[in-house]
Design a protein. Structure first.
Length: 475
């Protein structure tokens, strides 16, 4: 199993790296002229100065701008004289620097206060800093964390945010980061993608890496008569799987034995379904779905255990090829495929992450402006997203053709060129797409001179990399 690589760690400031939450609380009490209570916490902790000033203004009638200035001055004075690093904070920053992991400071405090803290902690410890002055919206909006990721050139899914308030946690989670919550004054509950610890003491870079989601790379591949049209097809298939680093492959046209033979050669797990379908996986298969004796067209699935508490159902589907729509630029004869797709969709579970891959033998409604192809539309209506189009929204700039890398003329013997189109898909529900691409090895010669091709198929494969969460943790 593999997790996403840790690209950066994004630290909140107040209450997380330095013990300023109490200083801020005392500053607000001073300006408010009263003792704050538990009921005041949502308006004070993790909030920008302007938010708290507006809240006080509504209660006191004092202009918000005047209160904001007073809060700025009161808090900055307390920071200069009373800043104390949180337990374990400096040791963790030093360990991240030693391992070359970039660090960002992401705070809802103004730049003047952040610079004071940076000076006290050592500004060189931080690659970038984002304050309330640097984004249009601050926490709980995702803007500050997204801005830090852009500055670092990091994917939020590969970053861990360290926070101490519900407001900051909401900001980081909305940006797509894994979160380590270390509550300072108010408790924070555990949730998917979030881990709660009592302090930063004993937290190491390895601790943070373990919080990142698992990475799962899924491929759909029509083997084309099991690969038998190409010499040494099994060895070439194994080479493709090894070179692409995929974790799970949904297969079509297996000729019955390909799934088992590939899995045994790789030391993987497999599910064989009928004469045509199969799923192979480097991770254990804990359950199988669908008719084990399914015919040439249909669907089959397997539950993949990526890690303890992290499972995903992967289905492979093959739909009828007859009355191929792009030959006549019409969706008129899509009824058989639509019926087969609805049957497959009806077999999917209602909960948990699901991936549905396959050779649909029909284009996507997302690619054609003038034809709403019903098969892919039915999948979308069932809550499945097209991973390739999520990664590449513009079909003109990234057509993603999978049919066909070897057929230049019409496969059915008709006149004219074979319409190049996207008919192989990796659809999903409940996962995050990190990347999606088509794949063909080498430059295949066109039909019928294919025996020596490195690519042992008449379809391009589609490979999508997903992130798959591992659930919450507490300590």
């Amino acid at each position: 199993m593999s997790r996403l690589p840790l690209q950066a760690v994004l630290f909140d400031m107040d209450g997380t790296l330095v013990d300023t939450e109490r200083l801020w609380w005392a500053a607000v009490e001073q300006v408010a002229g009263r003792t704050l209570t538990e009921a005041d916490r949502p308006e004070v902790l993790g909030r920008a100065v302007e938010h708290t000033a507006g809240w006080l203004a509504a209660a006191t009638g004092t202009p918000a701008a005047e209160l904001a200035d007073a809060l700025h001055a009161e808090f900055e004075g307390r920071v200069r004289t009373g800043i104390v690093p949180r337990p374990g904070a400096l040791a963790l920053l030093d360990a991240l620097a030693h391992e070359g992991v970039p660090v960002a400071l992401v705070t809802a405090s103004p730049r003047a206060v952040a610079d004071t803290v940076l000076e006290a902690l050592g500004a060189s410890r931080f690659a970038v800093s984002v304050t309330a002055d640097d984004t249009e919206s601050t926490k709980p909006a995702p803007d500050p964390y997204l801005a830090a990721c852009r500055l670092l050139g990091a994917d939020p899914a590969a970053c861990v945010a360290v926070e101490d308030t519900e407001t900051g946690v909401a900001s980081a989670e909305a940006a797509g980061c894994a979160v380590l919550a270390v509550p300072s004054l108010a408790p924070i509950g555990a949730a998917p993608g979030r881990t709660v610890l009592a302090s930063l003491e004993d937290v190491t870079p390895s601790t943070l890496r373990a919080l990142l989601p698992y990475r799962l790379r899924v491929m759909t591949w029509n083997l084309w008569c099991g690969g038998t049209k190409v010499d040494d097809h099994r060895a070439k298939q194994l080479k493709v799987i090894a070179e692409t680093g995929v974790d799970v492959v949904g297969l079509q046209e297996t000729y019955g034995t390909a799934a088992q033979e590939l899995a045994e050669a790789l030391g993987w797990h497999h599910h064989r379904a009928g004469e045509n379908l199969g799923v192979i996986s480097r991770h254990p298969i804990t359950e199988t779905f669908g008719d084990p004796d399914v015919g040439f067209y249909g669907a089959a699935g397997a539950r993949i255990r990526v890690a303890e508490g992290a499972e995903v159902d992967v289905w492979t589907v093959h739909l009828d090829y007859a009355e191929y729509g792009p030959y006549v630029r019409s969706a008129e004869h899509e009824g058989v495929r639509l019926s087969q797709m609805r049957d497959a969709l009806g077999r999917l579970g209602d909960s948990g992450p699901v991936v549905l891959v396959g050779d649909f033998n029909t284009p996507s409604h997302l690619d054609w402006p003038d034809i709403e192809w019903p098969v892919t539309k039915a999948a979308e209506d069932a809550g499945l997203a097209d991973s390739y189009r999520q990664a590449h929204p513009d079909p003109v700039r990234a057509p993603g053709h999978t049919w066909s890398p070897i057929h230049a003329g019409r496969e059915d013997g008709g006149d004219g060129p074979e319409p190049q189109d996207r008919i192989d898909f990796v659809l999903h529900r409940g996962l995050r797409v990190l990347d999606s691409r088509t794949h063909v090895s080498g430059t295949p010669r066109t039909w019928p001179d294919v025996e020596d091709n490195d690519w042992p198929s008449d379809h391009a494969a589609v490979i999508t990399t997903f992130s798959l969460g591992s659930g919450p943790g507490t300590a």
